[in-house]
Design a protein around this ligand. Structure first.
Ligand code: UDP
Length: 382
């Protein structure tokens, strides 16, 4: 049975791989001139450094199946993301940990003392934090919130943290030990040859054909037995209910001799610095050595019609709009919406892979039973 898969990012590649292995023919349509979506990596011609073209992507997961899956397609090198943050003219380690707390407050606390101290600063009148700001005030108190989160978040999201959901801050842990690993997951690593080489191998299965620079017109749906759409859900419906809002990123690349900043990621938390972070790509591949270095200054802004969407905004207005698109999508037969753009969610790579594996499982089970595929495997709201 012939399926069309729209998008050659992780979602599309994993679906194509799984369906082709089960005997289907999968035609992948990718609008851009490369695979791997926003995870795309490419060597910088001038420095030889492996560049994360759409910003830093560090692979981390707790899911055994996802980890086993990606490891079939390339070697993952040990990599731990240790982010530094500059605020008020000083450098600290993130996520907020015992060193951050001790340096910030000029203390030498042990874990229990730091816990008690932060508890004394936290706003306990907020029982159930709803906004990002409430979540921060409840868990770290005003001083740390203002130093590390308020300015960065206003730059990143273009609105005040009091209007953002607490879920965005919940991505970051607060630790009362000296562990400065940015992620809590059991597995973490970086593909030795970059994400694009990895995705290329995911797609290298008999029965998979990839068309680059080929947008898919929904009117072609009837040519296929099923379509998996990992493009923006509102694009499928020709934006008939308006455009869902995204943040996009601009990167200002620069090159330097040697080592520019000594770390892969340094966040700039002060609001008067216009960029959110500087990434130095060679530190994402610490097993390589290069004489020169490539860095990106990263700026966030509202995504325009011709920009690349990165972060779904998902405020009340967008959620209402999404609800209406979901209603349309649920009436649409023969199409499954998947992935970050297809479901309009802030997803890490591992979650998109896990969901793509599960979507393929469900599709194959449905096909075997002769049943239609339900419109959503994961309902984006509710
Ligand atoms: N954040 C912040 N200060 C920082 C790092 C993160 O305020 O130094 C906030 C910001 O709102 C960001 C969110 O925490 O959008 C999630 O951060 P994460 O590092 O997970 O963002 P990503 O790497 O996905 O852009």
């Amino acid at each position: 049975m012939d399926v069309a898969i729209v998008g050659a990012g992780f979602t599309g590649a994993v679906l194509a791989n799984q369906l082709a292995h089960a005997g289907h023919t999968a035609t992948v349509f990718e609008a851009r001139d490369h695979i791997a979506g926003n995870c795309h990596t490419a060597r910088d011609a001038e420095t030889g450094v492996m560049c994360h073209a759409y910003g830093p992507h560090i692979f981390h997961t707790d899911d055994e199946r996802t980890w086993a899956f990606v490891n079939r397609f390339g070697r993952f090198m040990p990599y731990v993301n240790r982010v530094k943050a500059i605020t008020g003219g000083r450098v600290f380690t993130l996520p907020i940990n015992l060193l951050t707390i001790n340096q910030f407050f000029g203390k030498t606390f042990r874990p229990e003392e730091a816990k008690a101290y932060i508890a004394s600063l936290s706003d306990t009148s907020i029982a159930e934090p709803v906004s990002f700001e409430e979540q921060a005030l409840r868990f770290v108190g005003r001083e740390l919130y203002e130093a590390f989160f308020r300015g960065y978040t206003r730059k990143q999201w273009g609105i005040d943290p009091s209007e953002l959901p607490a879920s965005i801050l919940k991505r970051l842990p607060v630790r009362f030990n000296y562990d400065d690993n940015y992620f809590n997951h059991k597995y973490q690593g970086m593909p030795e040859e970059g994400y694009t080489a990895l995705v290329e191998r995911v797609l290298a299965v008999d029965g998979v054909t990839v068309h680059l620079s080929t947008p898919f017109d929904p009117s072609r749906k009837g040519e296929f037995n099923h379509v998996f759409f990992s493009g923006p859900i509102d694009a499928w419906f020709d934006y008939s209910l308006g455009r869902l809002g995204y943040r996009t990123l601009d990167f200002e690349p620069f090159r330097h001799d040697g080592d520019y900043q000594g770390n892969a990621v340094i966040n700039y938390c002060d609001e008067d610095v216009p960029y959110t972070r500087i990434t130095e790509h060679k530190h994402f591949s610490p097993w390589e050595s290069h004489e020169r270095t490539l860095c990106f200054r990263e700026f966030s802004r509202l995504c325009g019609e011709d920009d690349i969407p990165y972060y779904p905004i998902r405020l009340a207005r967008e959620k209402t709009q999404l609800e209406r698109y979901i209603a349309l999508a649920e009436r649409e037969t023969g199409v499954t919406f998947a992935g970050r753009l297809g479901t309009y969610r802030y997803l890490d790579m591992d979650v998109t892979i896990k969901e793509a594996l599960e979507t393929a499982d469900l599709f194959l089970a449905c096909a075997q039973r002769g049943e239609p595929m339900p419109p959503f495997v994961v309902r984006p709201l509710g």
